[in-house]
Design a protein around this ligand. Structure first.
Ligand code: GLY
Length: 418
């Protein structure tokens, strides 16, 4: 009787051990994209269940670790529907499509927003993906109107779209009356789209001119970048080259460099003009070969924090931090951009694709990828919104997730084609 019981227990253990072994083998066979999208389905399932107000868009977490939200005018509203579109694209499941449609359509009013330059982020990440994946003609019309609103901020004399309305610099000495930020390169994709679908070159011409002016005035001789360039609208001349979200006026803010790499790669795709390809490549070279880039390829929030020769104009003594935070959002943007750039560079592209792969692997490790149920139901931990403003320090950010998922989809496509 006793022997029978022991044999039964041993047998039970053996079955459990076999089950665990089979599960971990099946799991280890999953590729990185599959594993991350499984986490995305869990996290975003929860985020959808907790986000019932369609005028409040998930962006990050608050001090107590709970999801926090912004309203329709915020620059980040389009990333949440964009995240949902990417999950739909990967899974093909109708429930994600329905959720993506619902959140995309909640942004419709933004097509008339002319308050800032971020219409590209807001509308192309939401409606742009919606149109790409559904071909719904109404979405196309919304995108065209959004492009019209965006070009209303273009100044011919300057050759740029104005990013923000007037704003004071950190040193309190300058009122920027026509500030253009490197981030604005990202909003140009909407304009290229509008020219393609309308046949009207006005949008594309403005995008190309904006990119040329940015190439001239935002990019330094070593292919690092200024965050903000302020222009004189009478003469079109540069008045100031400074920072708003970086460490110092002459430093390189990691996400700004990331926007530039991604933006110029995209403008090369849309124009075939090798000047833009060279700019993207050299900006990427700068980023990839920085001495201060950690081994896991996830950068500190600015490449020059605490270095001699870089003096913040904001009050960095207020910072309660005893470490320099990383910015996973910059890493995500760069990995997505490099996967595209590597395709444009022929055999030379391999080192850029390898760098992207290493970054994706780091981001997909437990150090950066959240455990289901944690992190306000976002995917990536350890991003930075703006240290000079004292906000969103070492937290999840909805746009870090967006470019991470995009990078994974590009990575998946590239792997399949090998
Ligand atoms: N476009 C604003 C940011 O990157 O924080």
């Amino acid at each position: 009787m006793r022997m029978k019981k022991v044999a039964g227990i041993v047998c039970g253990f053996a079955i459990i051990a076999l089950g665990v072994f089979a599960f971990s083998r099946a799991n280890s066979k999953k590729d990185i994209t599959e594993k991350v999208f499984e986490v995305a389905e869990k996290q975003y399932g929860e985020l959808l269940a907790h986000s019932t107000n369609l005028s409040r868009y998930p962006r990050t977490i608050d001090g107590s670790g709970k999801t926090s939200y912004v309203d329709i005018g915020d620059w980040t509203g389009g990333f949440w529907p964009g995240d949902l579109w990417y999950v739909y694209e990967y899974t093909g499941e109708d429930k994600w499509k329905q959720a993506a449609i619902k959140w995309t359509e909640s942004l419709e009013q933004n097509q008339y927003n002319t308050a800032h330059h971020d219409l590209g982020f807001m509308m192309y990440c939401s409606y742009g993906n919606a149109y790409r994946l559904t071909k719904n003609e109404h979405y196309k019309a919304v995108l065209i109107q959004s492009a019209k609103s965006l070009i209303s901020r273009y100044n011919e004399r300057v050759g740029c779209i104005k990013s923000w309305n007037s704003k004071m610099s950190w040193d309190g000495k300058t009122l920027w009356s026509f500030p253009v930020i490197i981030d604005n390169m990202m909003n140009l994709e909407l304009l290229f789209f509008a020219s393609k679908v309308t046949g009207d070159p006005v949008y594309k011409n403005i995008a190309v001119k904006h990119a040329e002016t940015t190439m001239k005035n935002h990019i330094r001789a070593d292919y690092s970048s200024y965050h903000v360039v302020n222009y004189d609208t009478i003469t079109g001349k540069v008045l100031n080259q400074q920072t708003c979200q970086g460490y110092a006026d002459n430093s390189t803010w990691a996400r700004g460099q990331a926007w530039g790499i991604y933006g110029f790669t995209m403008v090369y795709r849309e124009t075939g003009d090798v000047r833009f390809l060279q700019t993207a490549k050299k900006m990427a070279d700068f980023y990839m070969h920085q001495a201060t880039l950690p081994a896991d390829k996830v950068p500190y929030w600015d490449f020059n924090v605490n270095q001699a020769g870089y003096t913040p104009q904001w009050n960095n003594k207020q910072s309660p931090l005893n470490y320099i935070p990383r910015d996973a959002s910059a890493a995500a943007i760069v990995s997505s951009a490099l996967l595209e750039l590597s395709n444009d560079l022929g055999t030379e592209g391999k080192s850029y694709a390898d760098f992207a792969e290493q970054t994706i692997k780091s981001l997909s490790s437990p150090e950066y990828l959240a455990k289901p149920g944690d992190n306000g139901y976002f995917l990536l931990k350890h991003s930075v919104g703006s240290i000079p403003h004292g906000v969103e320090i070492d937290v999840p950010l909805v746009y870090a997730d967006y470019y991470y998922l995009e990078a994974l989809l590009r990575y998946h496509t590239k792997k399949k084609s090998l």
